[in-house]
Ligand binder design. Structure first.
Ligand code: NAD
Length: 306
């Protein structure tokens, strides 16, 4: 298929572009490089340096593609609280501009990067796609709920195929966010620098870590699906943060102290996914366990430090 990846110069988008190429799809990456890096766009992908806000050019960039994988967004939860308008503009309005561009250019399918955050504080675990969406405690989460709704509207109004992927906690090589607000890269960078590891809630929070290559394969797995559908993408396993820290220290082979950051208001205590719906629809399964994924990620961070 001819697939355009928005945000394909970012952490997850660059992995999606690579897997698409490995599976012999034709790939265009559209990214404004506000947060991404040209150097991690895989060779073999066509690259357009452009912004989703460019309503005039969008249809031309999109024409001729069979599907869009829409990953371009701002992702920092804390900044979204400080700058809600910026997040509404880039994550919601620019997604609607993209959908309009797709309608004009007759691109029939969107795969959208949503998040476990749409469930809010879960009422039961593991979280299933049929669970209700929760109240959103920050504009980033609200932007994911709103964009899911617009994708559903374009399906209802224009028959666009819309596949919503709700990621749990991705990690892996090329996670280069600035600032980095995610736990795993911060744990690894601290461990490699022999600095104390920053930890909230004494590490008792439970998360569902999904290795970036497994997550990337979920996007190619759903390309053949039609209609409107929603899928969790996780590993079906809940891991305490403190256990992730222990595994990292075991892999690096020495101890560093933990820096107790106390409790962080607004944090959900535990989330992990039921991802069997995706497995049943496509045959996709997470293949890389946490230890192997951390070994690969630590190897990448080590190489980067040299
Ligand atoms: N990383 C996670 O833990 C996580 C979890 C759940 C969902 N997601 C979603 O996955 C997607 C990718 O996340 P990521 O971690 O790879 O983020 P990232 O910041 O590494 O990548 C996002 C990319 O989008 C580009 N971009 C942003 N606004 C743009 C615009 N207006 N026009 C063109 N390009 C633009 C940035 O330059 C960047 O390359 C996002 O939609 C994010 O909300 C991420």
């Amino acid at each position: 298929m001819r697939v355009l990846v928005t945000g394909g110069a970012g952490f997850i988008g660059s992995a999606v572009a690579r897997v698409l190429l490995e599976e012999r799809h034709d790939v265009t990456v559209l990214d404004n490089l506000s947060k991404g890096f040209r150097s991690i766009v895989p060779e073999g992908a066509r690259f357009i340096e452009g912004d989703l806000c460019d309503e005039e050019r969008l249809p031309g960039w999109l024409r001729g593609h069979d599907a869009v994988i829409h990953m371009a967004a701002f992702i920092e939860v804390g900044r979204s609280v400080q700058e809600p308008l910026l997040f509404a503009e880039n994550n919601i309005m620019n997604s609607v501009r993209l959908l309009e561009g797709m309608r004009k250019a007759e691109v029939p399918k969107i795969v959208f990067s949503s998040s476990a955050t749409v469930y809010g504080a879960p009422q039961s675990l593991p979280i299933r796609e049929t669970d209700p969406l929760g109240a959103q405690s920050n504009p980033y989460g609200a932007s994911k709920v709103a964009t899911e709704a617009f994708c559903a509207t374009y399906h209802a109004l224009h028959g666009m195929d819309a596949i919503i992927l709700r990621y749990f906690n991705p990690y892996g090589p090329n996670e280069l966010h600035e600032p980095e607000t995610h736990a795993i890269p911060n744990f690894i960078m601290a461990a490699l620098a022999r600095r104390p590891i920053p930890l909230y809630w004494k590490g008792e929070q439970v998360r569902d870590f999904i290795y970036v290559d497994d997550l990337a394969r979920a996007h190619t797995a759903v390309l053949g699906l039609r209609g409107l559908d929603y899928f969790n993408v996780g590993s079906d396993t809940g891991t305490k943060m403190i256990d992730a820290v222990r595994t990292i220290l075991d892999i690096v082979g020495y101890d560093v102290p933990v820096e107790d950051l106390g409790e962080r208001p607004g944090d959900v205590h535990a989330t992990y996914a039921w991802s069997r719906k995706l497995a049943e629809a496509t045959g996709w399964r997470a293949q890389i366990g946490l230890r192997e994924g951390l070994e690969r990620t630590i190897a990448w961070f080590r190489e980067r430090r040299q």
